[in-house]
Design a protein. Structure first.
Lengths: 1011, 483
């Protein structure tokens, strides 16, 4: 080292490090580092074949052994005292180079290195106790690395690097959250926190470092590795794999594992292709705004509005009601706070993220299938199903959420079948239960080795979950030898056939929590769950596995019940007799507007559709049914049964044969949309495993046909991606009706929206077959108007009035709606004012009837929508004229018809929240409030409560005098009690789930330890 | 390796595939056979006035107007009939061409009728009225009278953005008025197009005509479509909704005065129960095709005696044609007949019958009537008279395939009078029957209710005795709306 230091005039020289036990194995020959200071060892774990035996410059001389010139060491001020281990070598090497010294590797000098600390042979005293070695070391590594970066770069370079570091850090944090890697998340957070706390020392160190600088950052960067080493490592699937079994993180690692296992180019090609199509197809939505169509109504500017609306017990939708607020408000409020109030971004993530989550789910659910190409077919087909894009284009959030949820639900449900390769019978789970409950047993190590062999994975880097799965499988196999393929009898059991099998009851709770969140956002998914359960039962019957089908259906049912409990008390408004099922689940199509069975079978339900090419999905799905053997055939029967049940339910719903208001066709078709790509994967598995067993004949031809069909099935989504919005209109009604909110200056008002439920902006109530209605306050609806309460109270009066118009029984609708504060009636015929938007004209009876109303002013009318203004309207908070007061003492439509409220004066115009209004009141009048009557409405005039009475039989009127008025709704104490109950339920549920996860993880870590 | 050894499901596969396929095929079969028709799209409009259903909260009628100066050429009044069993209470709102609107209360007792003269409601050259009553099954007719005659026809039970007329004349000494009534709060803008023997024309002055909210505009067509014997017209509101009536004043022989409500939409079949050709009485059929495609129209004459070969007429787009039965040899003189007009290629048209009477006929006058586009089992007439000064006839055309039994009931001051000799009239399937009311009852205010046990069309003819006045009018059907 000394010789080379003189020869090369180097400041620091590092030797070649080899393994203590095996000197032929390289540990490192110097290290490089990227701009973020992530070190990359040269030759790690390579066989030493002298490939690094030349003297060369390196960026980092590893701290295990290095030679530093004494004068340089003194000039640099020695090691940074805040970092005694893990990063001190990066620091001294970097600073040496800044000072103009060379750092070189001299491989002729060889050091055997025990790596005693990393091997656990030497106690690590510098790091806090507790946790694995990685968990203890990682925070130190990260904080030291950050410190080095912050003190070595010049100011200008820091301006460039720090934002990049922040982005990388956030991405890593997001990944850690998704993968539930709490330790990793904590390490990242603590690194920044530590450096912030040490900022004074950092400033001093930085000053010293910059004072000794003789090279520019540009020169330093030339000797660093380009790009992000951390990102590259992630892509290569080399992230630590010590946690959790399910979730997006697992899917990511699973991808990395698949990439390692072969077909690398194909896998990368398919994934990159799918991702590219998703991004290209969504580019307009990512860069622009979501159109305010259907359920994609804009979120309020602040998450606080969601929270306030959730806390108060008053729903403003319709004419108001005291029904429980939807849990979605709480969910969105909480998420909005996590997004630091970026509500638009949150909405995009929630809507567009569904596409990506769904495809990741398709990858995850096919893990049990022994065909990486089959899995790639599955994700490609799932990405190609037109359903989510049609749902997007029509503002059907439930459809997109269903698409995202379905594969993940299938992961649990297919296991519940207890049929290979996804699951085993419950009795065979016993070995697993023991494995989780007891300390590690020695035999598991050999099991892990078997799995490693089978997977071709490197010992020690195999996913511990896979190892555990193998143990489960092994136990299961003893009771069910028929799981194994005949030809593989003599071999170790392949691990791919089995997945972790927590007990049924343990699986239910996570399912319930996920369903609760999804159902809170899209209650219509309840319809999808019914279809899935029915499909499981029918599949069990057809496949001759009745008990398995019932068990799977039971899983869905139990999860749904659990979700219903978690959503209490909101669930009551759906479940109680006569309650508001229809606006939350859907109000269905009129039979003539519903898609035909043929359209349903090829997912042709929206602007993207699949046209004739949609039949290709069926051709692909037919392959495992005709050539599959063993479990591939059995599952083909199950999945086809689910597909057909999904089709038939969607078809029957369109015809109005279900007897209840059904969800949209997209929601009901989600099970079929998930089952057909799975069938495609099974088909490829059958092609690989079963086809070679047949003689040449029609089956080979069928396989070729299926392959061609797969290619054809992908075409519609490719063409659909061209516009960058998946067919979602670029303009929406709010853009055309932007003048409406300004009319608030004349007094608060309501807008009544009437039309086909699929073109209304929100979740409509049912007015008549194929006709829905919603209301909005002072202009366009927003997300607060979604998930409306029941319309069996005062709100029903709106539909009574509309019914009179439809039945040609009145020409004074304006008078009937005036006491309800309805100023505008908007009747959309399209989902958006563009040619390509979904066209669903309202019933002709309604259009004709509205045109005959002598007190409605026709403001605007074109092919997309018609707007009427009520010439007789009165503000929702007003003092009534004398004639109006008299009329308000009567009830029924005659009272409204005969009342002239056009002279009403708006009052209480200042809003301080959803249920608090203030403003001056005139003398000697009555203040009318066009909200459903409730004794909890209080109007104080200069601090004194005004006397309340019913007006028009359903609203409130207060006897008021001149003064400052404050109208507010006093939330019932019972509401707070209900919220407390709900909170307790969620805490309990999450606690149980996390406890189970911890147990699970402990067992896995123990397994790793024994390994 | 055999298939069985390799785990091939064999028979199970066949059963599963057949089961699944059968389910799909059965559903597909049902789907194909039982495909529901769409009820969406274009707004369906009943192309003739009809009473609101009996369960209606209210009835609204729009009468497009006549003069109201007290001595004008077309002095108007409204006749309101309430054939129901409860009193109808409401208002009449008068919208003059000049000045403020005025609303007066109105009560029509059960089984009775009332009349309101425009000149008594407000002084204005022209005025239109909206009658709103808090009950269903109420009928309203507008009557105009002047030196040249008397004419009555139903008011409009609905507004529309399109109105059509099959005939009219702007020839010398003829005046053709169109009254454009906008009873709604918002303004309407309309374009008027006319089809004449000289081709289609859209005078500049009739483009973008603004009709203010809650007002009536009266246009004299002859000022811009000059000296045309036969003029058909389309009034299309590019914005808003309207009710359009036509007042035709014929000062040259044959003289006459007639009021006709426009057709709010075209239709493919029309029924004219009454027709007659004799010396001094001419009957013509105006056919107008306002659409973009040629219409092929079949005109069938239902003769009381004998048969006449039907006419097949082609009407080119946006053109009109006239069929003069007096000039047709196949039409026997002095034999009563009805007319059935059908568009054979389902292109919507407008059919209007024009009857004139002059010397040597004892009757004098001119009447233009739109055909009935629907049949009903109950019809009502608000105006009419059968006394020494007026001769009133009712014609029933049975449009069903079964024999119809018909009752004629007079609504007189709260009572339903079953007129002797006019009960259980038997009208053969597809045939017609005409009765002269003066032979059975003498009454100057003769509101009528016609009840039948089969769908029929009822038409009223009123002749002034001796002096000018010929008015043919289809009745107001009950029970057609709100179904």
């Amino acid at each position: 080292l000394v010789e080379e230091a003189y020869r090369s005039n180097a400041g620091i020289v590092t030797p070649k490090f080899v393994a203590w036990d095996n000197p032929e194995l390289l540990l490192t020959v110097g290290m490089s580092a990227d701009k973020a200071g992530v070190a990359i060892p040269f030759g790690r774990h390579e066989l030493d074949q002298e490939q690094y035996d030349s003297v060369r410059d390196v960026f980092v001389a590893p701290g295990g052994a290095q030679l530093i010139r004494a004068d340089l060491f003194v000039a640099l001020g020695g090691f940074d005292e805040t970092m005694l281990m893990f990063g001190e070598d990066l620091d001294i090497s970097w600073r040496a180079q800044l000072a103009g010294a060379r750092v070189i590797a001299a491989p002729e000098a060889r050091v055997r290195h025990l790596e005693a600390t990393a091997a656990g042979l030497r106690p690590l005293e510098l790091a806090p106790a507790g946790g694995t070695l990685t968990e203890r070391v990682r925070p130190m590594e990260l904080r030291h690395r950050l410190r080095v970066v912050l003190k070595t770069y010049g100011r200008l370079q820091l301006l460039r690097i720090v934002p990049q570091l922040i982005v990388l850090t956030l991405a890593e944090m997001a990944y850690s959250i998704a993968a539930r890697r709490r330790a990793a998340l904590w390490a990242i957070v603590s690194a920044w926190r530590w450096n912030f706390a040490e900022r004074k020392g950092l400033r001093t160190a930085r000053k010293a470092t910059q004072g000794s600088r003789s090279l520019s950052d540009r020169s330093i960067r030339r000797s660093q590795t380009r790009g992000s080493a951390r990102l590259s490592t992630f892509v290569r699937g080399q992230l630590a794999t010590e946690e959790q079994t399910l979730g997006v993180g697992a899917a990511g690692r699973d991808l990395a594992s698949a990439l390692r296992r072969g077909g690398l180019k194909l896998a990368i090609g398919v994934w990159v292709g799918v991702f590219a199509v998703m991004v290209i197809g969504s580019r307009g939505l990512l860069s622009g705004d979501l159109a305010a169509i259907g359920q994609f109504q804009p979120f309020p500017d602040s998450p606080v509005e969601f929270v306030r609306s959730y806390m108060t017990g008053w729903r403003t939708s319709g004419l108001g009601s005291s029904s429980p607020a939807p849990v979605a408000f709480a969910v969105l409020g909480a998420l909005g706070m996590l997004f630091i109030g970026a509500m638009g971004a949150l909405q995009k993530v929630l809507v567009l993220g569904g596409l990506f989550v769904g495809i990741a789910g398709a990858w995850r659910v096919t893990r049990a299938i022994d065909s990486s190409r089959g899995r790639l077919v599955a994700i490609a087909l799932y990405a190609a199903v037109p359903l989510p894009y049609d749902a997007l284009a029509q503002g059907n959030w439930a459809g997109v959420l269903g698409y995202a949820l379905m594969p993940w639900l299938l992961v649990r449900m297919l296991r519940a079948f207890g049929v290979a390769p996804w699951g085993a019978e419950a009795p065979e789970e016993e070995p697993v239960r023991r494995a989780l409950a007891e300390p590690v047993h020695h035999h598991r190590v050999s099991a892990v080795d078997d799995v490693s062999e089978t997977l071709g994975a490197e010992a020690g880097t195999m996913d511990p979950i896979a190892a555990e799965e193998y143990l489960i499988a092994e136990g299961a196999l003893r009771g069910r030898p028929e799981y194994d393929d005949d030809e593989d009898d003599a071999k170790p059991v392949p691990a791919w056939r089995f997945v972790a099998l927590p007990a049924f009851r343990e699986q239910v709770l996570p399912v319930a929590i996920v369903l609760a969140v999804c159902l809170a956002l899209a209650p219509a998914l309840a319809g999808m769950l019914v279809v899935v359960a029915a499909g499981a039962v029918v599949g069990g019957l057809v496949a001759g596995q009745t008990n398995a089908g019932l068990r799977a259906a039971g899983m869905v049912a139990a999860g749904s019940v659990g979700a219903a409990v978690l959503l209490f008390p909101w669930t009551l408004i759906v479940l109680l007799p006569g309650a508001g099922w229809s606006p939350l689940i859907g109000i269905g199509d009129v039979a003539s507007q519903a898609p035909s069975l043929g359209q349903i079978m090829r997912f042709h339900t929206g602007p993207l559709g699949a046209g004739p090419l949609g039949w290709a999905f069926l051709v692909v799905g037919a392959l495992p049914l005709v050539i599959g053997r063993k479990w591939r055939f059995t599952w083909a029967v199950h999945l086809w049964s689910m597909t057909i049940v999904s089709w038939l339910v969607a078809w029957a719903a369109g015809r109005g044969w279900l007897g209840v208001s059904p969800p949209t066709v997209e929601v009901l078709l989600v099970p079929a949309a998930a089952a057909l790509p799975l069938l495609g994967a099974l088909g490829l598995a059958a092609f690989e495993h079963d086809l070679p067993g047949y003689q040449f004949g029609w089956r080979q031809l069928a396989s070729v046909t299926a392959a061609a069909a797969t290619a054809l099935a992908l075409l519609p989504v490719l063409s659909g991606a061209v516009d960058g919005r998946w067919g979602m209109p670029e303009r929406d009604l709010p853009a055309l009706l932007s003048w409406m909110p300004a009319k608030r200056a004349d007094g608060a008002f309501r807008v009544l929206w009437l039309g086909d439920p699929r073109v209304l902006p929100g979740d409509p109530w049912r007015a008549s077959p194929g006709l829905g209605y919603i209301t909005s306050d002072d202009g366009m609806p927003d997300a607060i108007d979604l998930w409306p309460g029941p319309d069996d109270g005062a709100t029903g009066l709106l539909v009574d009035a509309v019914g009179l118009v439809e039945r040609d029984q009145t020409s004074r609708l304006g008078h009937l709606l005036a006491p309800m504060g309805v100023r505008y009636i908007v009747v959309p015929a399209r989902g958006a004012p563009t040619k390509d938007a979904l066209r669903r004209p309202p019933p002709s009876d309604l259009s004709r009837g509205l045109r005959q109303q002598v007190d409605l002013r026709l403001l605007d009318s074109d092919e997309a929508f018609t707007v009427y203004e009520n010439a007789s309207w009165a503000p929702t908070r007003a003092t009534l004229p004398p004639g109006g007061i008299d009329a308000s003492r009567r009830t029924g439509p005659d009272a409204a018809r005969s009342a002239d409220l056009s002279g009403s004066t708006p009052v209480l115009s200042n809003e301080s929240g959803p249920v608090t209004f203030t403003g001056p009141l005139p003398d000697g009048g009555e203040t009318y409030v066009a909200s459903a009557y409730s004794t909890r409405w209080k109007l104080e005039v200069d601090g004194t409560n005004a006397t309340q009475r019913r007006a028009f039989g359903w609203a409130s009127a207060f006897e008021t005098s001149a003064g400052h008025g404050r109208l507010t709704y006093k939330t019932e104490p019972l509401r707070y009690a209900a919220l407390a109950v709900q909170l307790v339920l969620w805490v309990l549920a999450l606690r149980v789930v996390f406890r189970n996860l911890r147990r699970h993880r402990s067992a896995v870590l123990a397994l790793r330890g024994s390994e | 390796m055999t298939a069985a050894r390799a785990g091939d499901p064999g028979r199970r596969r066949l059963i599963a595939v057949i089961t699944l396929l059968a389910v799909v095929l059965i559903a597909a079969g049902i789907d194909r056979i039982d495909r529901p028709e769409s009820d969406r799209g274009a707004t369906a409009t009943l192309s003739m006035p009809a009473a609101a259903p009996s369960s209606a909260l209210s009835s609204t009628w729009f009468c497009p107007g006549g003069t109201a100066s007290g001595g004008g050429e077309a002095e108007g009044y409204v006749a309101v009939v309430n054939p129901g069993q409860t009193d109808a209470v409401g208002t009449v709102t008068v919208h003059p061409t000049e000045g403020e609107a005025r609303t007066v209360p109105l009560t029509v007792a059960a089984s009775s009728s009332v009349q309101l003269r425009y000149s008594e409601l407000a002084a204005s050259p022209w005025r239109a009225v909206t009658v709103e009553l808090g009950a269903g099954e109420v009928g309203v007719e507008q009557v105009i009278s002047g030196p040249l005659g008397w004419s009555a026809a139903p008011c409009a039970s609905q507004a529309s953005s399109e109105w059509y007329f099959g005939g009219g004349s702007t020839a010398r000494e003829n005046t053709l008025y169109l009254t454009l009534y906008n009873p709604f709060p918002d303004d309407a803008i309309a374009d008027l197009t006319f089809a004449t023997s000289g081709g289609a024309t859209t005078p500049q002055a009739f483009r973008g005509v603004v009709i203010r909210g809650r007002s009536v505009s009266v246009l004299s067509v002859g000022e811009h479509v000059r000296r045309r014997d036969d003029v058909a017209g389309s009034i299309v509101a590019r914005r808003g909704r309207l009710v359009v009536g036509r007042v035709q004043v014929r000062a040259a022989s044959p003289t006459g005065l007639s009021y006709t409500l426009g057709a709010p939409s075209t239709d493919t079949s029309f029924v004219f129960p009454e027709g007659f050709v004799v010396d001094g009485v001419s009957e013509r059929l105006n056919l107008y095709n306002p659409g973009d495609r040629e219409a092929i129209v079949d005109v069938e004459m239902v003769l009381d005696e004998g048969v006449a070969e039907p006419w097949e007429i082609r009407i080119r787009p946006r053109e009109r044609t006239l069929l003069d039965f007096g000039a047709e040899e196949r039409v026997p003189k002095s034999v009563g007949h009805g007319l059935l007009v059908r568009s054979l290629n389902d292109i919507g048209i407008v059919a209007e019958q024009w009857i004139t009477a002059n010397t040597p006929s004892p009757r004098k006058g001119s009447s233009e009537t739109l055909g009935a586009t629907a049949s009903a089992t109950a019809w009502t007439f608000a105006a009419g008279s059968a006394d020494g000064a007026w001769d009133e006839w009712i014609t029933i055309q049975n449009t069903s395939a079964a024999e119809a039994n018909v009752d004629l009931i007079v609504l007189a001051d709260g009572r339903e009078l079953a007129v002797e000799g006019l009960q259980d009239l038997v009208v053969a399937a597809g045939a017609r029957q005409t009765v002269r009311l003066g032979d059975h009852i003498s009454r100057s205010n003769l509101a009528l209710l016609v009840r039948a046990d089969q769908p029929v069309v009822a038409e009223r003819a009123v002749f002034a005795v001796p002096g000018p006045g010929v008015s043919y009018s289809i009745g107001i059907p009950l029970g057609l709306r709100g179904r």
